[in-house]
Design a protein. Structure first.
Length: 230
């Protein structure tokens, strides 16, 4: 997103927010209906062309793949695939997550980073990964995988404290439904949590592990008893 939004010294700065849209960029956050929104999470789109936007893919002669990638979700606007919130008070941008990483259980739309900011403060937690699982009716529940610090034990007391913290800082609707301890969290070559691949694994969808830095740990996410029967 550095080509579209950036921090400038000429405007006030706030922690966790980006304070300016770059010159020549017509950027909006829109809801599912395609309407611009402020103060709630939505998809980042370009409402007008800009010089650095891609105009096609190599070998995509009829541009069908290009249109499917960037214009299939909302008509007439270029969708970046990222989600954000425009702070209604500061008017600054809070970049949340990739759109396909967004969580939306029971209509509560939020990014996994909101959970990480709370959970990974706990001294017992070394790392975590938060993804959605769907049943045959496409009902969604949130799964939180926890990698604990060496010497720390998974316990109901720890989970209860994590649940209470999420409810306090966000809401009861943000609390994941299932907590699972794992030995390792997968990361991409670009050092990002491999949320999409884990999401595909637990939802029995095909995936490509070529971009995973530590693919050996993916074995921990198959056939998890606690996720069966949903």
């Amino acid at each position: 997103m550095s080509s579209t939004v950036a921090n400038t010294l000429s405007l006030p700065a706030y922690k966790g927010e980006i304070n300016a849209v770059n010159l020549g960029v017509s950027l909006q956050v829109i809801d599912k209906a395609g309407n611009p929104v402020v103060g709630e999470m939505g998809d980042i789109v370009f409402s007008k062309p800009m010089p650095s936007l891609p105009i096609g893919f190599w070998g995509d002669f009829d541009r069908s793949a290009y249109r499917e990638k960037y214009f299939s979700k909302y008509s007439g606007v270029f969708t970046t695939g990222d989600s954000a919130i425009i702070n209604p008070i500061t008017k600054n941008w809070i970049i949340c997550c990739r759109s396909d990483e967004m969580l939306n259980p029971n209509g509560t739309r939020y990014g996994s980073s909101e959970i990480y900011d709370i959970v990974e403060v706990f001294p017992e937690v070394q790392d975590s990964l938060c993804v959605s699982q769907y049943n045959k009716d496409m009902e969604e529940r949130v799964i939180l995988f926890l990698k604990l610090q060496e010497g720390c034990s998974y316990s109901e007391e720890l989970i209860s404290r994590i649940q209470e913290a999420i409810e306090k800082h966000l809401s009861a609707l943000h609390v994941p439904e299932v907590f699972i301890e794992v030995q390792e969290i997968p990361y991409s070559i670009a050092e990002k949590k491999a949320e999409i691949i884990v999401k595909k694994i637990i939802n029995n969808q095909p995936f490509n592990q070529d971009t995973v830095r530590n693919p050996g740990c993916l074995k921990y996410y198959f056939n998890i008893p606690a996720l069966q029967g949903f």
